[in-house]
Design a protein around this ligand. Structure first.
Ligand SMILES: *[C@@H]1O[C@H](CO)[C@@H](O)[C@H](O)[C@H]1NC(C)=O
Ligand SMILES: *[C@@H]1O[C@H](CO)[C@@H](O)[C@H](O)[C@H]1NC(C)=O
Length: 228
């Protein structure tokens, strides 16, 4: 596409050069023409760049709409994608030993305390950085559709946003993404209100890790995972 503009420039340049005298002082082209000429070429290049950008945008749009229709297809054919049984606590829940964490502030803030119904001190990390996680081991691959989180009921500590990783092997967990982007879920805004996030697409995994991204005062949280 852009070559045609370049070619035009080169041909015009050759044409005007041929018209000039040997010492280059007596060109039939007026200075005004030369001015127009030098302006035209950069404009063509700009137009070219815009055209290229538009083409790449159109390409990206096509890819996106393809992905969206694929996802719509998945949603339409899967009835289990919306199941919402609690997988951490309750009748189908897991034991305390199946809940682990990167760090704990001390044993009175251990990972087992992450359960959503805990009105006391929940899980609190020892280290405040983005490498902290709390992990749920479901014992077998489970369909996961949603996550609920809550803050520390007995103190103003909560997790404002988080990412998740999942998989069937703890040393090969995948970062949860949607349309090739890491998803940062909006977490809590106070100590008590539970915030539920439905995953933009369900996942099947034995392990799920919540990685707090941003937090209020300290990384402390309660959580539940839903699916079937
Ligand atoms: C909270 O959930 C756990 C796990 O299901 C259960 O053992 C515990 O009794 C519950 N606590 C309350 C106060 O409901
Ligand atoms: C985990 O294993 C199940 C059952 O084999 C499979 O359907 C699922 O895709 C696996 N999950 C991941 C993240 O590899």
């Amino acid at each position: 596409m852009c070559w045609s503009f370049w070619l035009l420039g080169v041909i015009s340049a050759a044409f005007f050069t041929l018209q000039c005298s040997a010492d280059n002082k007596h060109c039939p082209v007026t200075s005004d023409d030369a001015y127009v000429y030098t302006l035209t070429i950069p404009k063509s290049q700009e137009l070219c760049k815009l055209q290229e950008q538009m083409e790449s945008l159109l390409e990206q749009m096509n890819l996106l709409s393809e992905k969206v229709s694929n996802l719509q297809g998945e949603g339409g054919t899967s009835s289990v994608a919306t199941c919402r049984k609690p997988l951490v606590s309750g009748a189908n829940g897991i034991s305390d030993s199946q809940i682990t964490a990167s760090t704990e502030y001390n044993t009175a803030h251990g990972p087992r305390l992450v359960r959503l119904n805990n009105t006391g001190t929940p899980w609190c990390a020892r280290v405040m950085d983005s490498n902290q996680w709390i992990q749920f081991d479901f014992g077998r691959p489970q369909i996961i559709t949603a996550i609920a989180t809550g803050g520390r009921m007995n103190f103003p500590h909560w997790v404002k946003s988080y990412k998740i990783k999942y998989g069937n092997l703890t040393n090969a967990l995948s970062q949860f993404q949607f349309i090739s982007q890491d998803v940062v879920f909006t977490g809590n805004d106070d100590q008590t209100t539970v915030v539920i996030n439905t995953l933009p697409h369900p996942i099947t995994a034995s392990y799920l890790r919540i990685y707090p991204v941003d937090y209020h005062a300290h990384i402390c949280m309660r959580a539940e995972v839903f699916g079937c």
